[in-house]
Design a protein around this ligand. Structure first.
Ligand code: WQD
Length: 332
């Protein structure tokens, strides 16, 4: 297929592009490089440096040689949950208004299908675990609310315009390309594993553990970490599925295994052979004690089986990318 990957230079996007290329698809990356890296755009891809708020560029990107692309994969978004509570206008503009522009450019050009990066943040405080797709959706941060709003729009565009979609609700994406080919790292990461890695390479002095008095086995927060390459594979399969079955999908992508903050940094110490100093800090507002996905639906519908999402592989692949970047900056 001819696929336009919006946000394809970003952390998850670049891994999705790699999976599509391996699958034999033709890919054009559309990215404003605000958080993405030029070096993560594979040379065999077309590249459009533009913003999703730019309707003219979006409309042009929907066509290759005058014909509509076969699908769009949309991963371009602001994604820091804490920041979304302080800057709702920016999140509304980029995430919601930006997606509306994408949808309208798609229907205007008769692009028939979309894979959309949604999030476990649509659920909010868990009522039960593991969280399945039928769990109530009551986001506790504005970031999650923007993703839910877009899922509602997708339902309407599917109904009114026959736009077929897959909304993939990621749990905690982590790890790096196991082949070591994707090297551009996230700038100013706010998530646990990249922060641990930045401590390991000496870019930060310590890891702040946000609370060690939760009702969990070791008192630290528990999350469902899923390898970014496993996420990427799910995009390829989800796209095939909606194309072949002319259907829509809303699926969790997680591993059904909970890993604590403490388990993560202790394993990282072993893998990286670095001290990784930690300091216990107060709980972060809005953090639930434990979040674990049910991925039964992705397993059944897509035959999806995470391959790289065990904590050791997550950390090894991340460490490989970060150790290489540490060596690069040390040699400058
Ligand atoms: C993981 C655990 C923290 C940083 C976020 C978004 C969510 C989704 C995934 C995109 C928690 C603890 C973290 C640190 C810490 N994003 N932690 N010290 O909050 O589960 O989910 O990313 O869709 O919408 O909210 O991920 O990586 O920030 O935190 O102790 O410096 O690590 O308290 O228990 P989170 P995270």
């Amino acid at each position: 297929m001819n696929i336009l990957v919006i946000g394809g230079a970003g952390y998850i996007g670049s891994h999705v592009v790699k999976a599509l290329l391996q699958h034999g698809d033709s890919v054009t990356v559309y990215d404003n490089l605000s958080t993405g890296c030029r070096e993560n755009v594979f040379p065999e891809c077309g590249f459009i440096e533009a913003d999703i708020l730019d309707e003219r560029r979006l409309r042009a990107a929907m066509l290759t040689n005058g014909r509509p692309v076969d699908a769009v994969i949309h991963l371009a978004a602001l994604k820091a949950a804490g920041e979304s509570m302080l800057e709702p206008e920016r999140y509304a503009e980029h995430n919601i208004a930006g997606t509306i522009k994408i949808l309208n450019a798609m229907t205007g050009a008769d692009v028939p299908r979309l894979v959309f990066s949604s999030s476990a943040a649509v659920y909010g405080e868990p009522r039960y675990l593991p969280i399945d797709e039928a769990h109530p959706t009551e986001p506790t941060n504005f970031y999650g609310a923007t993703k839910l709003e877009i899922e509602h729009l997708l339902r309407w565009y599917s109904h009114l315009r026959e736009l077929r979609y897959a909304a993939l609700r990621y749990f905690n994406a982590a790890g790096y390309d196991p082949d070591g080919e994707i090297r551009g790292l996230e700038r100013n990461p706010a998530n646990l594993l990249p922060i641990i890695m930045e401590v390991a390479i000496g870019k930060r002095s310590n890891l702040q553990v946000f609370g060690d008095d939760y009702d969990t086995a070791d008192g630290t927060g528990v999350r469902d970490y899923v390898h970014v390459t496993d996420l990427a594979t799910a995009h390829v399969t989800a796209l095939e599925r909606i194309a072949e079955h002319n259907t829509d999908l809303v699926l969790n992508l997680g591993t059904e295994c909970g890993v604590s903050v403490r388990e993560m940094y202790e394993l990282a110490r072993t893998v990286a052979e670095r001290t990784i100093p930690v300091e216990v800090a107060p709980r972060r507002a809005g953090d639930p004690a434990k979040l674990v996905a049910s991925s039964a639906a992705a397993r059944e519908v897509l035959g999806w089986q995470p391959r790289y999402s065990d904590p050791e592989t997550l950390i090894r692949t991340a460490w490989r990318a970060y150790a290489a970047s540490g060596a690069k900056s040390a040699s400058k």
